[in-house]
Design a protein. Structure first.
Length: 617
């Protein structure tokens, strides 16, 4: 086997794969030192017709190589489509999270603080990471932590955008990053805050079962208070993470040192975090007891604060509460910042509206039938609820939603899917008569014909061609695409008798042209060829989620059009984000064409479609 080398570096083993390529352990023969080599994928290099991507790869790798910090991985060398970095044998933080679940507070700070210092160092030199997440943080047995792939994550995000999909979950991205706005140093701070939150709680601040849910929560929903997931955490952490994970960058901590100081509860000023003091709580005891006013000290001036002791302060309040209980008082104490008061009823959410498309569907909330859509739900407790929508002729729809205090409540809109089969039927050639279950259904192409679930007999016929028959068995809600390739019927012609022969005329069968042998190839059309023609398929809809996120832009799709006029091998070559890309891909998959022709034969060709999405003013 040929020995694999990159420049002078001799590969020993493949040790991993990433979004951009493979990672190898190698030997530098000049220094007899083990190194790690990360390479670009061959298909990325092949698609880089101008060489601009490789140049950016080299430029950003060199920028990372110019960073010298004990908590940033060292880049030793840069090749044409690879770079060489120090070889490390620690575990990445993602692996440790899977093994441990959660970290102790002091352990978390010992890992996060050096990473924050490294990011601050890089930002001072104009280098942002843009992809801080547990998989890009290495932790060693001695407790040392290091950032990997520094300066190269921007390139991976470019690959992600071009491919039109998120590489894994966007859980660690800031709101401005998922929307596609310009990034600043506070985007890295936000991502580090998400990592810190997950280390302390064992969960992400914006959990979800799919990308759409995660993105919506990142942009619109405040994080779950961390002490709800880990009661051992200081109550102040609710406000620290609310600030670190603020939706607007300017509302977050101004730099990493402020964030780390807040985590250490050093110079922690609640007024700076936007927390206002509640009025003192008055507790009326029995007549023979005195009225007690619980003291809530004013926030100190920042310049005069040298040390905060929140744990001791909480204990002092608890001691006061114990005295009241001993005196026979029924007290609910506002012991944590931002909470009050006595015997208040649980707040209820009002004004929740359920809308459906189509309307007049039965709406069930937590298993109980409430009425017909559109409907305003009765006041309900904050938290999670299950809603189910049913309408005859449509598939039932179920979803769990969460009501969070302080958030604007918007209508819940459900688009119901027909329970019938959607049939898309074309024929080659087009214009053939179609019968379904013995009844005439028009001519091909047929688009979005609704059928009842179950078995159906379909026949396609055209003069001069053999009939095409199929038995279709489909489940409720399925969308079925069929292409009927009709074969020319044999034609009988009378052969003229030869003058030298008195034998009767023989009949000769003229068969349909034979199918081309071998694998189908893509044809580049010339001036004498007939290009493909779009004959059916709806234009992409502007997804409501994309409008909500204010996403716009142009999506370009390349695909191969088969001899049957069906788009295949769809690839996003210009992306406007995962949501808009998917809208175009889903629509294009249902488009049908009259195929391109060469010498009166359908041929396979490569095509390109562009779709622009623009928000109205």
């Amino acid at each position: 086997m040929t020995e694999l080398k990159f420049g002078r570096y001799e590969v020993e083993a493949e040790i991993g794969q990433g979004a951009m390529g493979k990672v190898y352990r190698a030997l530098d023969p000049l220094t007899d030192r083990k190194v790690a080599i990360k390479t670009l994928k061959d298909d990325i290099v092949a698609q880089d017709k101008t060489g601009e991507y490789v140049k950016r790869f080299q430029r950003e790798a060199r920028a990372a190589g110019g960073l010298s910090h004990p908590n940033i991985i060292k880049v030793y060398d840069v090749g044409e489509n690879y770079y060489v970095m120090e070889y490390l044998e620690g575990k990445d933080l993602l692996t440790l999270l899977h093994e441990k679940g959660t970290f102790m507070l002091d352990e978390t700070l010992s890992i996060v603080a050096p990473i924050a210092d490294a990011l601050a160092y890089a930002h001072e030199r104009g280098v942002y990471h843009r992809d801080i997440k547990p998989a890009n943080i290495m932790v060693f047995p001695d407790g040392r932590s290091i950032i990997t792939d520094f300066g190269l994550a921007h390139l991976e995000s470019s690959v992600m955008t071009t491919a039109g999909q998120f590489l894994g979950s966007p859980s660690y991205m800031s709101p401005e990053q998922v929307i596609g706005n310009e990034l600043t140093s506070r985007a890295d701070l936000y991502s580090l805050a998400v990592v810190t939150y997950e280390m302390l709680t064992g969960d992400k601040p914006f959990p979800g079962t799919n990308i759409t849910t995660v993105v919506y929560k990142i942009v619109n929903i405040p994080p779950v208070p961390p002490h709800e997931l880990n009661a051992r955490l200081p109550s102040e952490y609710e406000h620290i993470f609310a600030k670190a994970l603020a939706k607007e960058p300017e509302q977050r901590f101004s730099d990493f040192s402020e964030f780390v100081s807040a985590l250490n509860l050093e110079q922690f000023d609640r007024l700076e975090l936007g927390v206002t003091e509640d009025e003192p709580t008055l507790v009326q005891l029995d007549e023979d007891q005195e009225t007690v006013e619980l003291p809530i000290p004013a926030a100190e001036s920042r310049s005069n604060v040298t040390e905060r002791k929140p744990k001791r302060r909480a204990l002092m309040m608890m001691s006061q509460q114990q005295k009241l209980i001993a005196a026979g008082a029924a007290v609910v104490l506002a012991a944590f910042i931002g909470l009050s008061v006595l015997f208040a009823p649980d707040p209820l959410a009002e004004g929740v509206v359920i809308e459906t498309d189509p309307v007049e569907a039965n709406v069930f909330l937590d298993g109980e039938l409430l009425g017909i859509s559109p409907i305003e739900l009765p006041p309900m407790a904050f938290g999670e609820h299950d809603v189910r929508v049913e309408k005859e002729g449509f598939l039932p729809f179920e979803e769990r939603f969460e009501l969070i205090a302080g958030n604007a409540i918007e209508p819940l809109v459900f688009a119901l899917q027909s329970a019938r089969i959607s049939l898309f039927l074309e024929s080659v050639p087009a214009g053939a008569a179609v019968t379904i279950d013995g009844e005439s259904s028009g001519q091909t192409p047929l688009e979005d014909v609704e059928l009842e679930p179950g078995q159906h007999e379909i026949q396609v016929s055209r003069r001069g061609y053999n009939s095409w028959r199929r038995v279709l068995v489909a489940r409720a809600g399925e969308s079925v695409n069929l292409v009927a390739r009709l074969r020319a019927r044999a034609v009988r012609t009378a052969k003229k008798a030869s003058a030298a022969s008195s034998a009767p005329a023989a009949s000769v069968e003229s068969a349909a042209p034979a199918e081309p042998a071998g694998p189908a190839r893509i044809v580049e059309l010339g001036p004498d060829d007939t290009p493909a023609k779009h004959i059916s398929g709806k234009a992409p809809r502007y997804p409501p989620m994309a409008r909500k996120l204010k996403q716009q832009g142009r999506v370009t799709i390349e695909f191969v059009l088969t001899e049957e006029g069906v788009p295949t091998e769809l690839v996003v070559v210009e992306s406007a984000g995962a949501i808009l890309d998917k809208a175009v891909l889903d629509a294009l998959a249902k488009w049908r064409y009259e195929p391109a022709m060469r010498n009166n034969e359908p041929v396979r060709v490569k095509m390109r479609v562009r779709q622009r999405f623009r928000l109205g003013r």
